[in-house]
Design a protein around this ligand. Structure first.
Ligand code: FES
Length: 87
């Protein structure tokens, strides 16, 4: 599990294994733009302010993944205990 913190509201959510970030956010009433939900389209691309994403998408290329400054919240996860997102 890892935590997601929303920079604008300070709200914190724990993402359990088997849960996707966007599923948890939507269930808590946080609107996230979504389309494919499979890491293909980039609609859900979100800025990462701190923490290290575990990129699972095929939208960003390898150099974009390496920057770790944005992620697809529909399918990507975290390798750090916490992600601070620009939401
Ligand atoms: Fe398409 Fe996340 S919704 S990449």
């Amino acid at each position: 599990a890892f935590d997601v913190v929303l920079a604008r509201s300070g709200r914190r959510f724990t993402i359990a294994p088997g849960q996707a970030i966007h599923e948890v956010l939507l269930s808590e009433g946080v609107e996230v733009p979504l389309s494919c939900e499979q890491g293909v389209c980039g609609t859900c691309l979100t800025r990462v302010l701190s923490g290290v994403p575990d990129h699972r998408d095929s939208f960003l290329d390898a150099s974009e993944h390496a920057r770790n400054d944005c992620m697809t919240v529909c399918c990507s996860r975290a390798t750090s205990p916490e992600l601070l997102l620009d939401l």
